[in-house]
Design a protein. Structure first.
Length: 273
């Protein structure tokens, strides 16, 4: 894949800014940038993959297989071989003039190792034609009308597409502590801003207003139980509505007060998440 990227007149060097996040391909080196050739980039990748160490219980362990978890380049290193496998398979389809299948597979969307496949139920039979045989693929969802992809549940109901929030920890048989506490060393304003940001996220994901209300109310109750102030959260909600006026069109409402009352209702259950 690296050779494929560097195969071009202007792609002789990959230039990365030393004190910033700018990067570009060039046909010459630039001062102030780390400039990689295809060969030196391969050496850097090889070093990362073969020099990962973990300290545990007073012992130092070396990782022998796989990509280091949590590394700055781990997502990109995971993406590259998968992209190469997909490229090779699509190229083979085009060479064999199987244009219809190549076009259908081009509708797939992948985020690192999470793959979304639309309108092609036979994809499971082609997985090992595309990806290495030792790569295990696990399907999310029990049927073709209800699947989970990243943080979204996608459903087909009565001929319509419906989306709502999916949180993997909801499938666990134990509680997972997330978000912040007001009495921690983290500023209390972080929790208030978190409420605002999650409202924006829920609004983007939830296609139906009741799903938006339910998940927002769950977060509100969790934050109130921890000690966050009701009126500060209400203030953040009103700011969210002011900055996201499309909520009226999306959910076909004329008055936000009904949604506000439903979200800011105290439930009896004590959810510590």
């Amino acid at each position: 894949m690296i050779d494929l990227i560097f195969n071009g007149t202007y792609n002789k060097f990959l230039c990365i800014e030393r004190l910033g996040d700018r990067g570009f391909f060039a046909k010459k080196k630039y001062n102030g940038y780390l400039c990689f050739t295809a060969c030196s980039l391969k050496e850097a990748v090889h070093f990362i993959l073969h020099n990962t160490y973990v300290c545990f219980a007073g012992f130092i362990f070396k990782q022998e297989r796989g990509i280091p978890m949590g590394g700055n380049s781990s997502s990109q290193l995971a993406d590259v071989p998968l992209s190469k496998s997909e490229y090779n398979y699509q190229l083979s389809l085009i060479k064999s003039k199987r244009f219809s299948l190549a076009k259908r597979l081009s509708n797939n969307r992948r985020y690192v190792d999470d793959l979304g496949v639309a309108n092609y139920t036979a994809f499971g039979s082609r997985i090992h034609e595309i990806y290495p045989s030792d790569l295990l693929m696990e399907r999310s969802g029990h049927d073709n009308r209800n699947v989970n992809f990243l943080d979204t549940t996608v459903q087909i109901r009565e001929g319509q597409l419906k989306t709502k929030l999916y949180n993997k920890v909801d499938d666990f048989n134990f509680k997972v502590v997330t978000f912040t506490f007001p009495h921690s060393n983290i500023s209390i304003h972080v929790g208030h801003n978190l409420f605002y940001s999650q409202l924006a996220r829920y609004f983007m994901i939830c296609s139906h207003v009741q799903d938006f209300i339910d998940i927002s109310n769950k977060l509100y109750n969790s934050l109130v139980v921890r000690g966050y102030k009701h009126w500060e959260l209400v203030r953040k909600f009103r700011l969210f509505v002011k900055n996201h006026s499309k909520i009226f069109c999306k959910y076909e409402i004329a008055d936000i007060r009904g949604i506000q009352r439903a979200i800011f209702t105290i439930k009896n259950e004590r959810d510590g998440r």
